[in-house]
Design a protein around this ligand. Sequence first.
Ligand SMILES: O=P(O)(O)O[C@H]1O[C@H](CO)[C@@H](O)[C@H]1O
Ligand SMILES: Nc1nc2[nH]cnc2c(=O)[nH]1
Length: 331
Amino acid sequence: MAPINANDINDAKAFVPAKKALPEVDTEGSNGNGTTSKGYSYETLLEIANFLISRVSDTPRIGIICGSGMGSYWKEGSLAETISDAVKISYEDIPNFPVSTVEGHHGQLVFGKICGIPVVAMQGRFHYFEGYPLWKCCLPVRVMKLIGIKTLIVTNAAGGLNPNYKVGDIMIVKDHINMMGFSGNNPLHGPNDERFGPRFPPMSKAYNFEYRKIAKEIAKELNIDDIVREGVYTCLGGPNFETVAELNMLKMVGVDSVGMSTVHEVITARHCDLKVFALSLITNECVTSYDIIGEANHEEVLDVGRMRQDVLRQFVSKLVERITQLDANSP
Ligand SMILES: O=P(O)(O)O[C@H]1O[C@H](CO)[C@@H](O)[C@H]1O
Ligand SMILES: Nc1nc2[nH]cnc2c(=O)[nH]1
């Protein structure tokens, strides 16, 4: 049989040029299965933090990770784009920082103010499926801690597995199931530096109870309580969306929303004693039956994010304000 010549394949899709050159992904520290026994030292992370501190005037109090539902892909109106007095620093310009490779993830830190409160937002995050080990996906969390944040707000786009959820709903995360951790893949894998946190951190109160209470009050005030839910999130490695059998298994164990991020960021944040709030924007209904015609796709995820960006901006802005008030009044 004659060998196949790529130019002979009559499939237009196979020849759609890449939108941008594929970046070099640094998987340094990976031992082959994505886990790692290495990571950046405390001193290296401090250097990154000092580099950033030297470029901004206010110490941010709250860090925000903008996921696919709150990305910068659509410029106007997204949360990060409405931060005032903004100083934007591209990931590419930060020494030792990874770069975002996902469509919809801009790849910059935005320092500035929301409701007068100093914040830093990550416009684009790092995912395991991009080729980064988990510790590297979470490196910015430790850097933000060193810069001075006290609270981390994490947002993600996720498939809705709970049958009561609708596309466009916002799920306050009350807990997670660390599926990747079950196989030993954990951002804290490897030697522990006590300057960040303890060897064995607890996770039973990972998602701050008071913040969740405030978020539900804000939902009422904004008259969006009919679309705000509370549930359990899980992260799978991706990049493929799930099979019907996988989703039915996750449903059985109590998962309400499924994504490819957040869990390892929250573990890293709690390890270094940051207070955490997280939300999922439900961007698609999980396909839990072979009779359902549609399939999950990333364009829908971005579209729903765009559709909900005003609501999310208002919701998160109010949260920033109220969390700051709450923490100022707590011992
Ligand atoms: O978790 P975020 O970054 O919001 O994005 C979610 O949406 C993308 C898939 O459409 C994946 O990257 C998944 O993790
Ligand atoms: N794993 C996963 N990630 C998502 N991100 C947005 N929707 C989904 C989904 O259905 N599954």
